[in-house]
Design a protein around this ligand. Structure first.
Ligand SMILES: [Fe+2]
Length: 289
């Protein structure tokens, strides 16, 4: 595979406009924790401990699969819908210069990468190489990823930066946002239904899979801020380390860019529908569903 490799940005540019343009061009912003991202992570970790007990990363060994699954489902709902978590998310955005008024966001999802999770058929979609935009998001989508623990490179995910600007074979046309959310938001929030990974159609890369060793990986510290274009082709690493990896991610859209069709290259996304209609306006306080 030929260059370009990934360009890392260690701090935001002076303006959000410059930062967004850099992200659309494929740079990945890996910024250290802010007070706001620490507050978000502290709240999420407290919720995890309340639900799973001490040492949540080892809870899978103490609980039945059903009990673990059920607790994670409740947590995911609380994180995604809870106004306190929306406020903490807004704080993360403001701390890196993303002013409230011009942005909307898809709230934080708790991601759970289990020890040996890749061996569970229902969890297969978690490990698909993909672009986030294949799920009904626009080209200007910025994915904001925050780890709940210090993580080694082998516990995170990889980017395939060469693929940002060239099509990869995929079946993103199977994804219809309106159909996906037609019976409520359980599938969207995730893990409410243990079999959903087997029944729902999620977009997949087609053909020989990329080799994870050829991707660009990274290690990180708890509450780091990792921002990247949702158009980046990337893939979660399977892990068999005996612990669960927990992270949060939320998605951000600059509303003017969305209206203008601005953003990262949109080279092969054929998903149907527009998730942005259900995003939370970053300046608004009340939002319920
Ligand atoms: Fe993703």
């Amino acid at each position: 595979m030929s260059a370009p490799r990934l360009r890392w940005l260690r701090a935001p540019h002076p303006t959000a406009r410059q930062t967004l343009d850099a992200l659309y061009a494929g740079e990945v912003l890996h910024a250290p924790p802010t007070a706001a991202s620490r507050a978000l992570v502290d709240a999420a970790r407290a919720a995890l401990r309340a639900a799973l007990g001490d040492e949540p990363r080892r809870a899978h060994a103490r609980l039945s699969a059903a009990a673990f699954f059920e607790a994670i489902g409740r947590l995911r709902r609380e994180l995604y819908l809870g106004e306190p978590f929306h406020a903490l998310t807004r704080g993360c955005m403001e701390a890196l210069g993303f002013s409230r008024e011009r942005f909307a966001f898809d709230p934080a999802r708790l991601r759970v990468i289990s020890h040996d999770g890749h061996l569970t058929p229902a969890a297969a979609p978690v490990y698909y190489p993909h672009r986030d935009v294949w799920y009904g998001h626009p080209a200007c989508l910025v994915t904001w990823w925050v780890p709940l623990d210090d993580l080694e490179e082998r516990e995170t995910f990889v980017f395939y930066p060469e693929e940002l600007s060239r099509p990869v074979p995929n079946d993103s046309e199977v994804f219809d946002y309106d159909e996906w959310t037609r019976r409520g938001w359980d599938l969207k929030i995730g893990w409410q239904d243990v079999e959903s990974g087997l029944r729902a159609r999620y977009p997949q890369h087609l053909g020989p899979p990329p080799r994870v060793e050829e991707g660009v990986g990274f290690s990180c510290a708890r509450a780091d801020n990792l921002l990247f274009a949702g158009a980046h082709f990337h893939q979660t690493r399977p892990q068999s380390l005996g612990t669960t990896r927990f992270s949060l991610d939320f998605r951000v859209v600059e509303v003017g860019d969305h209206a203008a069709g601005r953003g990262a290259p949109r080279v092969d996304d054929r998903s149907v529908g527009d998730a942005v209609g259900d995003y939370v306006p970053a300046g608004a306080v009340t939002w319920e569903r």
